[in-house]
Design a protein around this ligand. Structure first.
Ligand code: GLU
Length: 447
């Protein structure tokens, strides 16, 4: 069997860490099995769907490396949902209902008041053909419900094991609204059936949907796919993600927090699994290690500190060829491998390289406490060319001339040369700063 999986975001907002994790797990499974990955935009809700969100979803997925082999949008497929509804009507599995939202709410309240589950009472199934015609003639438009069978629904879930919903525990779901708009429960199955999706991998908030959807697949005469329902991501604080969705968007993590795609993918692929949370070398490595058996039932934690740790690791391993265009995009012109080699071990976020570029290439105001000392050190600077041995040779001389050592010796020099207390090793920075700038800074001049 060749695998086809899909993610089906609604373009009504930005992707957040929860839904990109679902996308990632689908993609990894597809790569692991040599299958295909599909992006489907669930954009039937025309009021809330926006092209700008659709564009952002595509951008975020591509950024993470989650390229898709197939693409569809539900708004192109309304005629298919209408056909599928006709099919279900003919099979006696779709029936018209005329209750208003208020009437339904009232029914639910009264059931709950009597200690009963708020399951739809199928009153509309009892309408005679004449009653239906009369209602329609009076201008009432029906919504359409799917008649569930009277059997229990069960499936074997790749993450949750055996799932079972007893007969009668679920409401007949609405397939199509009064205004003709198909609802997700229905359109999703029509699509999954038409495209022959083999595995539906999604959040466990969809478990009850799955129960009714299994019956819709069967009624449409389509093979029921495999399912894997993933525990939902929570924040390290234990807070539910939904509380802070705004700040947990993929775009925000990338553009404001400076997160590397591979760091985010490593965290999301591995938290909540039996694998240790380490930065992967590449997406292929994550795919090779993907296995449903490793996914636990406990919610994966999204820990920003962990993410930054992985981010640093990814940057520390990044080759110059990969870094160069990104550094150029940050405005660093003519950046070379020496610069990258010098600053890379110190980065937690790529854009911190800008600060070091500023220090090695642009004018800064040195920080000087003892100007006699730094001026004396300036006089001892050897002539260029400089390399990684220059710092040690020079500071040995300064040490001999001033009798300073350790922090007393090094910190004033670092502060004068970089105006910062910490940073990359001075032996790599000094040659980048160069003789004339170094001398000027040691003498207290902005240079
Ligand atoms: N549009 C649905 C959602 O974003 C898709 C769920 C599914 O994967 O079936 O929740």
């Amino acid at each position: 069997m060749s695998v086809l999986v899909r993610i089906a975001p609604s373009p009504t907002g930005l992707l957040h860490v929860g839904n990109i994790r679902t996308a990632l797990m689908n993609w990894l499974f597809a790569r692991r099995t040599g299958g295909k990955f599909m992006l489907r935009l669930d954009d039937t809700d025309r009021e809330r769907s926006q092209q700008s969100y659709a564009d952002a979803i595509e951008r975020d997925l591509k950024w993470m490396g989650l390229t898709w082999d197939l693409f569809a949008r539900q708004s192109d497929r309304f005629s298919r949902y209408a056909e599928a509804l006709e099919d279900l009507k003919k099979k006696g599995r779709a029936y018209p209902c005329f209750e208003t939202q208020e009437e339904l709410a009232l029914k639910r309240r009264s059931q709950l008041g009597r200690g009963l589950p708020p399951v739809y009472d199928r009153a509309a199934l009892k309408l005679s053909p004449d009653e239906i015609t009369t209602k329609q003639k009076s201008g009432l438009k029906p919504h359409w419900r799917f008649r569930l069978s009277d059997e229990k629904v069960s499936w074997s879930d790749h993450v949750q094991g055996n799932k079972e919903f007893p007969a009668g525990s679920l409401s007949d779901p609405v397939l199509v609204r009064e205004d003709g708009m198909p609802l997700y429960t229905f359109s999703s199955v029509v699509d999954d059936a038409d495209f022959a999706v083999t595995h539906v991998i999604r959040g466990e908030d969809h478990v009850a949907n799955t129960a009714v959807q299994v019956e819709i697949w069967k009624a449409l005469g389509a093979p029921v796919p495999h399912f894997a329902h993933l525990p939902l991501v929570i924040l390290a604080s234990g807070e539910e993600l939904s509380k802070r969705l705004g700040s947990m968007s993929v775009a925000g993590l990338r553009d404001e927090m400076g997160v590397e795609a591979l760091a985010l993918a490593s965290l999301l692929a591995r938290s909540g699994t039996s694998d240790a949370i380490e930065a992967a070398e590449n997406m292929q490595e994550l795919a090779e290690r993907f296995d449903f058996k490793k996914i636990g039932r406990a919610p994966p934690k999204f820990d920003e500190h962990e993410l930054l740790r992985l981010n640093a690791r990814v940057l520390h391993r990044m080759g110059f060829a990969e870094a160069k265009p990104r550094l150029e995009a940050l405005g660093l012109k003519n950046v070379d491998e020496k610069f990258w080699g010098a600053v890379r071990p110190n980065l937690h976020r790529l854009n911190e390289a800008k600060d070091w570029w500023h220090i090695t290439e642009e004018k800064i105001s040195p920080q000087i406490e003892d100007s006699a000392f730094t001026a004396q050190a300036a006089g001892l600077l050897p002539p260029e060319p400089w390399d990684q041995t220059t710092w040690q040779a020079w500071t040995e001389k300064v040490k001999a001339a001033t009798a300073r050592k350790g922090k007393e010796l090094f910190m004033p020099l670092r502060l004068a040369l970089t105006a910062r207390h910490d940073g990359p090793e001075m032996k790599t920075l000094l040659p980048l700063i160069g003789f004339s700038r170094a001398r000027a800074r040691l003498c207290g001049d902005a240079a």
